[in-house]
Design a protein around this ligand. Sequence first.
Ligand SMILES: Nc1nc2c(c(=O)[nH]1)N[C@H]1C(S)=C(S)[C@@H](COP(=O)(O)O)O[C@H]1N2
Ligand SMILES: [Mo]
Length: 194
Amino acid sequence: MPPGQRVRLHHKPIHYGPVPRFRADRWDFRVMGATSSLGVYRWTWEEFAHLPRSRSVSDFHCVARFSVPGMSWEGVRSADLAAAAPPAPEVTHVMAWAEYGYSANLRLEDFLAEGVLLATHSGGAPLAKERGYPLRLVVPHLYGWKNVKWLRALEYMTADRRGFWEERGYHNRGEVWQEQRFFHQEEPGHGPPL
Ligand SMILES: Nc1nc2c(c(=O)[nH]1)N[C@H]1C(S)=C(S)[C@@H](COP(=O)(O)O)O[C@H]1N2
Ligand SMILES: [Mo]
C-alpha cells in the first residue's frame, strides 16, 4: 500500500455534481489542442469501439486515504490513443475533460505511463453509470481525482494548466507513492495561480 492509505473493498461512487446521461447519438470523444496535425480528432461511440483494446489490473487510490486493490479494467491504452491522435513534439501536459466541465491535468509522461487506460469496462462489465459510463480515465499511480469519469476529450497542452481539483487545493501532480495530496506540498514556484 502507498503511504497513508488503507484497503477498502467497497465504496460509494465519489464525484462532484450529477451523473450525466449517455446518449449514443450525441456522444463523441475528441482529441484537441496541440496535435501534431493541428487538427481535432473525433470518434463517435461506434468508431471508438474500433480502437485497439487492452486490459489492465491496478489498485485505485483515493486521496481520502482508502485504496481498492486489484481493480480490472478494459479499454484503450493511452499509448494506443496517442498513436491514433499524435501529440505535437512540444506537448508537455494533457488536460482530461469530462461532461459538465470537470477536468484534470496530467503530465504527458503520466498520461502515457504503463497501465493508463481509457476504460469502457470494469470487472468484465461495462462501467456502471455512476462509475463513469461510457468512458473513464484510469491512471493508477495518480490519486482518484485524476481518474476522470465520463471522459469526453483530451487536450494536448504545451504548458501546464490546473484542472478542477488542482485549482481547489489539491496537488498539481497527485502521485500516490510520493503522497502528493495537497497544493501546499508543491515545490515553490509551482503553486496555483491564486
Ligand atoms: N467527471 C468526474 N470524474 C471524477 C470525479 C468527478 O467529480 N467528476 N471525481 C473523482 C474522484 S475525487 C474520485 S476519488 C474518483 C472516484 O471514482 P469512483 O466513484 O469510481 O470511486 O472519481 C474521480 N473522477
Ligand atoms: Mo477523490
